[in-house]
Design a protein around this ligand. Structure first.
Ligand SMILES: Cc1ncc(C[n+]2csc(CCOP(=O)(O)OP(=O)(O)O)c2C)c(N)n1
Length: 334
């Protein structure tokens, strides 16, 4: 997809593509949620449901040759950047055909051919990696950019300050994307995060934008400007996108918390009413870009893609556990 010109909205084809990408992320994760609830999915998954407009709006402004770093909540970033749903599903299921040969799982989906440097179980871990990627591109004067997705809690890590500092000092082609989804695990953001996160970037004189993270068009436009600035050598940008995590911090959190609630249903319902996908679908119809039939066709295509991913994963062999020794211990066996 050709990125839109700075500040202009997505054209009709891009608008539909944004819708389809968000829906793919949503439907893939609904399947993971169902499998997790059924107790058949290996390991925990941190779902991105409700935040899809951020991944789609940002990633669809990027080329395969641009880099992203992601978080523990990384399925949306992976799919948003064009990662293969089959290879992601197989990875989460620990299969040989997974994007990391089944060795990484949900929190490490990566695909260098798509510029996806990987999800990351270390909160704030993607920050310094993105600085390295952007520094490399700056040195080779490639015009490529790096984008770092991170959560509001990650902005409390010391490395965040280091990355703001060095990225602006060196004029790196880097876009920070803070997904302010209101929670750090089971704690409200305001209990652990002081002030406005965006002000931390402003203190370093970094160009900033604050956008509604459930409005894919707003995210798209802010990213267009940020990426254009970064590509022309104007240094880093910082986007803070307010959104909301609809699902738990991780699946099966209810069991983990033994009924202890850290938010109320009314708040969740209020954010469900601001669902980014339904909202964008409504706008597409209002603008005459799509009809209800167009959206149904997209939904059918997405449902098929999920079925294909599930079948691919199901038919694949389990990961070769011996590989752990090659990949982690340079071939040494205990
Ligand atoms: C360095 C580090 N500290 C603590 C944790 C445990 N942990 C996992 S997710 C999380 C909260 C992350 O919140 P945020 O960055 O806002 O992202 P979100 O989960 O909201 O997407 C924490 C503290 C971790 N994985 N890594």
């Amino acid at each position: 997809m050709t990125p839109a010109a700075e500040n202009s909205g997505p054209d009709p084809a891009q608008s539909l593509a944004l819708y389809e990408r968000m829906l793919l992320i949503r439907r893939m994760e609904e399947k993971l949620s169902a499998d997790s609830a059924a107790g058949v999915l290996p390991g925990a998954v941190h779902l991105y449901i409700g935040q899809e407009a951020v991944a789609a709006g940002v990633c669809m402004q990027l080329e395969d040759t641009d880099w992203i770093t992601s978080t523990h909540r990384g399925h949306g970033h992976f799919l948003g950047k064009g990662g293969d749903p089959k290879a992601m599903m197989a990875e989460i299921w620990g299969k040989k055909t997974g994007i990391c040969k089944g060795m990484g799982g949900s929190m490490h989906v990566a695909d260098l051919s798509k510029g996806i440097l990987g999800a990351n179980g270390i909160v704030g871990g993607g920050l310094a990696i993105s600085v390295g990627a952007a520094f490399g591109e700056k040195l080779s004067d490639s015009g490529r950019v790096a984008v770092c997705f991170f959560g509001d809690c990650a902005s409390n890590q010391g490395v965040f300050m280091e990355c703001l500092n060095v990225s602006t000092l060196w004029g790196l082609p880097l876009v920070f994307v803070c997904e302010h989804n209101h929670f750090s695990e089971f704690t409200r953001a305001e209990q652990v995060t002081s002030g406005n996160i965006v002000d931390r970037a402003r203190a370093f004189k970094i160009h900033t934008a604050v956008v509604g993270g459930n409005d894919v068009e707003a995210v798209w436009k802010a990213t267009a400007e940020a990426v254009a600035r970064a590509r022309r050598g104007a240094g880093p940008c910082f986007i803070e996108a307010e959104t909301y995590r609809i699902k738990g911090h991780m699946e099966f959190e209810k069991e983990l918390l033994a009924g202890g609630a850290y938010r109320n249903q009314q708040e969740i319902d209020d954010w469900i009413a601001r669902d980014p996908i339904a909202r964008w679908g409504g706008k597409l119809i209002e603008r005459g870009v799509a009809t209800a039939t167009t959206l149904e066709e997209i939904a059918t295509r997405v449902a098929q893609a999920v079925l294909d991913a599930v079948k691919f994963s199901h038919d694949s062999e389990p990961a070769d556990t011996e590989l752990v020794f090659d990949l982690m211990f340079a071939g040494q066996r205990p």
